[in-house]
Ligand binder design. Structure first.
Ligand SMILES: Cc1cc2nc3c(=O)[nH]c(=O)nc-3n(C[C@H](O)[C@H](O)[C@H](O)COP(=O)(O)O)c2cc1C
Length: 356
């Protein structure tokens, strides 16, 4: 694939590596709701709004978390190539699909910590299988909390037995409500339980075993009903709730950075992680969860963390499908597919916030 190099000063191969790292981010049902445009002085990251899941994610909150995670990987990969990234988040209020513009802010080698996180990008996976009973060691717990804090978010570790029972009951209530909704089930079935033939969605092999009747934390069936029931699950997974200052697009993209930093930190510590999103997808359950963790901040992501065995990766769409045409070239304003996009593509005045 030929892609233009820009003033980021990267070779074509380096740009492919950077975009490939971004595209390895996690996303709800592996929808991969991101697109990229190479502009003369940088890279734009766009949300692919046609890939939002209207039933599970009506507001696009989880889509923005995924885009935030992709942006975090993109920043990290640029740093890996010695580029100090300068990020303008959501530069144009009239263009909510334009999540960020990343430009070169000078040169800088990666720190040892950034190298460790970067090395974890291709190894990170969502692991829905049973974990061992080994507890997450205290230094790793500290590192996970630190990872969230470093990106302006909080990670509450739910260790109190009474709270855990309450949280387990909330997870089951939300799960049962979702599974009683034919539209939710149809959406889940459209995106999960496939063979090898797709480049998106969750293949059956990555789905894990069928949740047992008394399961507390692993409840969704991602295998399309083809998996065997779990033989036994870990006694006490670490349950962690990531929360941000507030809701809203900017905070959600930032929460996506924090989510990805926590996930990569877990990978770097040899930990396995899966998601319990029913707890944040049902509004009343999310509100109950907010109160459970202290009431101040809206929860964004709930994670089950432990020690697991390796699991297969999920597919990714080829980069050719992720690249938007140049803003002023032929096909400008169109998605690689058909869906129309606004033609005016220059980042507007908007507020900027620069990250490195
Ligand atoms: C915001 C968000 C919510 C998610 N929710 C769930 C979930 O509730 N259950 C689950 O098993 N996986 C969940 N996932 C994980 C995705 O299914 C997974 O990232 C995707 O299939 C890609 O696989 P990978 O993470 O192994 O690369 C979620 C991911 C994101 C980013």
């Amino acid at each position: 694939m030929m892609i233009e190099t820009g003033s980021l000063g990267l070779t074509e191969e380096e740009l492919q590596d950077v975009l490939g790292a971004a595209a390895r981010a996690p996303s709800l049902h592996n929808t991969q709701p991101w697109l990229f445009r190479l502009v003369p002085d940088g890279i734009e990251l766009h949300a692919d709004l046609g890939r939002r899941l209207p039933v599970a994610d009506p507001s696009g909150r989880e889509l923005r978390l995924a885009c935030g995670a992709a942006l975090f990987n993109l920043r990290l990969a640029l740093i890996g190539h010695g580029v100090r990234p300068l990020v303008t988040l959501l530069p144009d209020p009239a263009r909510p699909d334009l999540v960020a513009v990343v430009r070169r802010g000078g040169s800088r080698p990666p720190t040892p910590e950034q190298r460790r996180l970067l090395e974890a990008v291709p190894r990170r996976r969502t692991n829905r299988r049973p974990f061992t009973d080994a507890l997450v060691p205290t230094p790793a717990r500290h590192a996970l909390r630190r990872a969230a804090l470093d990106e302006g978010a909080w990670l509450d570790l739910v260790t109190d037995p009474v709270q855990r029972v309450e949280l387990g009951a909330l997870a089951r209530r939300a799960h049962e409500r979702q599974m009683a909704d034919p539209e939710f089930v149809a959406e889940l079935e459209r995106w999960t339980g496939y063979g090898e033939e797709r480049t998106d969605g969750v293949p059956a092999a990555a789905g894990g075993p069928l949740p047992g009747p008394n399961a507390t934390w692993v409840l969704r069936d991602f295998s399309g009903g083809t998996a065997r029931a779990a033989d036994g699950v870990e006694a006490e997974p670490l349950i962690a709730v990531l929360s941000a200052h507030s809701d809203g697009p900017r905070e959600e993209v930032r929460a996506g950075h924090a989510m990805q930093r926590v996930l990569l930190t877990a990978t770097a510590h040899g930990l396995a992680v899966s998601f319990l999103s029913q707890l944040v997808e049902c509004p009343d359950v999310r509100e109950a969860l907010r109160r459970l963790i202290g009431g101040a901040r809206p929860p964004q992501v709930v994670l089950r963390i432990g020690q697991g065995w390796p699991v297969p990766g999920t597919p990714r769409r080829p980069l050719t499908e992720l690249l938007l045409p140049p803003a002023d070239g032929p096909g400008a304003g169109e998605l690689p597919g058909d869906a129309p996009l606004h033609a005016d593509d220059g980042p507007g005045p908007g507020s900027t916030d620069h990250h490195t």
